[in-house]
Design a protein around this ligand. Structure first.
Ligand code: G2I
Length: 318
């Protein structure tokens, strides 16, 4: 009788399944109006096990007039995700951009109250359904200052961020609460400013669970990307790659490097790409995503899947 060698464990054949084998999620930004596009939905359902609403949970969408909340489009994404076993990243409770006009025109204590009420209402509405919330988005300045960005929210007082995190925790105690920003992909003045804030929050018991690195990249990724993720993880927070897209040359190689960096950091719990097909990207003409305009897998897709299949495990799970 011939000896039959046991079959090797089969490599997973989709991004979500492969990430799940490593205790992580692999997600995408989703636009509600595209849920009627059958090609879009078939790729979404086949490949991804996490979604982020691209615009539908932002302040202008969810509270278009003060105190009147509108969840129709966000709910379409949430319901689709839940019906298909996908987890949901909530994006974003407070941000200086995409505020409704009424909030743009407010300041001081009235704006502070309105902002905290917004956090409370939206996080309460979705309580129990959101894996991670971007509680505050893009509050730090670009350039070398390492300080906060000026905005109407910042002018209500430097403690607006911690007030938002406390309100979010009270509203949805089981959601992971994230701070999310861009141009934070290496050790630089901006990422160090955020690092210092997170360290201070952890020391003072301000509830923060995760930091999101948007990772809108072009041509390359900083050589200290993994080091930067790890220094945040060492503060006792999860790290997540939240809006990944990569334009320019070396696309597949850069996707490979980013994926491997996440897998090498045990507290890097998931990766989200900012759209499905190149034609879905906010970076018009840059073709920064994993599927081409016809929904075909690009070399970047294969690079990510192979990196996921080769990568380490995450004992903590997502
Ligand atoms: O700008 C890229 C991302 C940076 N980080 C935060 C993300 O929330 C942000 O996403 C983008 C969306 O991908 C775009 O789709 O945010 C943009 C707005 O800042 C979104 O663009 C807006 C257009 O500017 C509006 O004209 C349009 O009405 O999308 C809206 C909804 O389609």
């Amino acid at each position: 009788m011939a000896f039959v060698a046991p079959a090797p464990a089969e490599a997973a054949s989709t991004l979500g399944a492969s990430a799940a084998e490593k205790g992580r999620y692999f997600g995408t930004a989703v636009a509600a109006h595209k849920l009627s596009d059958s090609q879009y939905v078939s790729i979404l359902n086949r490949e991804f096990n996490s979604v982020t609403a691209e615009n539908e949970m932002k302040w202008d969408a969810t509270e278009p007039s003060q105190g009147r909340f509108s969840y129709t489009n966000a709910d379409r994404i949430v319901n689709h995700a839940r019906a298909n076993g996908m987890s949901i990243r909530g994006h974003a409770l407070l941000w200086h951009a995409q505020q409704p006009g009424w909030a743009q025109n407010m300041s001081g204590s009235a704006l502070r109250s309105a902002a905290i009420n917004h956090v409370t209402q939206v996080a309460s509405y979705y309580r129990g359904r959101i894996h991670s919330w971007d509680v505050v988005n893009e509050a730090f300045a670009d350039g070398g200052s390492g300080g906060r960005r000026d905005s109407n929210l910042q002018r209500t007082g430097n403690d607006w961020i911690e007030a938002a995190f406390r309100a979010a925790r009270a509203a949805d105690p089981n959601a992971k609460l994230c701070y999310n920003d861009y141009n934070t992909d290496g050790v630089n003045a901006k990422s160090t400013g955020i690092y210092t804030m997170v360290r201070d929050f952890k020391a003072r018991g301000v509830p923060i669970d995760c930091v999101g690195f948007q990772s809108h990249l072009t041509n390359s990724v900083p050589g200290d990307y993994q080091t930067n993720l790890q220094r945040f993880a060492d503060l006792g927070v999860d790290v997540q790659i939240t809006e990944l897209d990569i334009a320019g040359t070396n696309q597949a190689a850069v996707y490979d490097t980013v994926t491997r960096a996440c897998l090498a950091v045990s507290r890097c719990t998931g990766i989200t790409v900012w759209g499905i097909r190149d034609s879905d990207s906010w970076r018009t003409g840059a073709n920064p995503l994993l599927f081409d305009n016809n929904g075909n897998k690009k070399p970047a897709y294969t690079a990510v899947l192979n990196a996921l299949n080769a990568g380490g495990t995450n004992p903590g799970g997502p």
